[in-house]
Design a protein around this ligand. Structure first.
Ligand SMILES: [Zn+2]
Length: 246
């Protein structure tokens, strides 16, 4: 595995050295940086959506989008708040990518004419009472220490993974599958980023709080979504390709 990574890294280096942009698939919807921080690419999503068939959403699908819009916002809001408290750049970096996640769900809300539950809400304000409670609880916990803050980050990504998986199983809508599938990839990468930083900073080996031990181990063992194509993609620069903050 290491050898393959090194060879691929050399290939990326060669591209950069020669000044040739690494090839990127038109279907590329995410930008993953070296830390595994995963953002959705706005124009990539727009292009993919225009190719897909849209249909009328069920009530359950509409409710799912409204919930995930606010759940991705919760991740952004908690990380921004914890960054202000602990100044660990990881929180700021992941917050920026969560901004692209919640914006991607907003694109689907607009596409299907569903009211945005986050409209008019500032950081730490939620329309869904469950998410409001969760936000308050997580920020209180993450304010106790940097270790707690990193545990909170991992917990949010675990919750996100479970909620996305549940909702993916309840839909056959291609637009929703596209967005949720990419958000899931982001959450897996962010879970690895938080747990590896926790271990590096404190020596603590994180244990799953919401996922089954088996599912957690599978995610930890899989590093493909932080792989080389992402590094190559990163070399192109992503300054104007990201979503704006919500
Ligand atoms: Zn996310």
């Amino acid at each position: 595995m290491k050898t393959i990574l090194i060879v691929a890294l050399m290939a990326v280096t060669a591209w950069v050295t020669l000044g040739i942009a690494a090839p990127v698939s038109a279907a590329e919807l995410t930008v993953v940086d070296a830390e595994g921080i995963t953002s959705l690419v706005a124009d990539g999503l727009q292009a993919a959506l225009s190719e897909s068939m849209s249909s009328v959403l069920s009530e359950n699908e509409a409710a799912s989008l409204m919930y995930m819009r606010e759940e991705e916002k919760l991740a952004y809001d908690v990380y921004v708040t914890l960054y202000q408290q602990w100044s660990l750049p990881l929180f700021n970096n992941i917050a920026n990518s969560e901004a692209t996640h919640t914006s991607a769900v907003k694109v689907l809300l607009e596409r299907y004419g569903i009211a945005d539950p986050a409209a008019g809400n500032g950081v730490g304000e939620f329309t869904d009472p469950t998410l409001q409670k969760l936000y308050d609880q997580l920020v209180a916990q993450g304010s106790q220490s940097l270790t707690d803050a990193l545990r909170v980050g991992a917990a949010i990504e675990e919750i996100d993974i479970l909620d996305l998986q549940t909702r993916l199983a309840q839909t056959a809508n291609v637009d929703i599958e596209l967005v949720y599938g990419n958000l899931l990839k982001g959450s897996r990468n962010h879970l690895r980023a938080f747990t590896s930083t926790l271990q590096r900073q404190t020596g603590e080996i994180y244990t799953a709080q919401y996922l089954s031990a088996e599912m957690y181990e599978t995610i930890m063992a899989d590093t493909t979504s932080t792989g080389i194509p992402s590094l190559a993609f990163r070399q192109r620069g992503n300054g104007n390709r990201n979503w704006r903050k919500p």
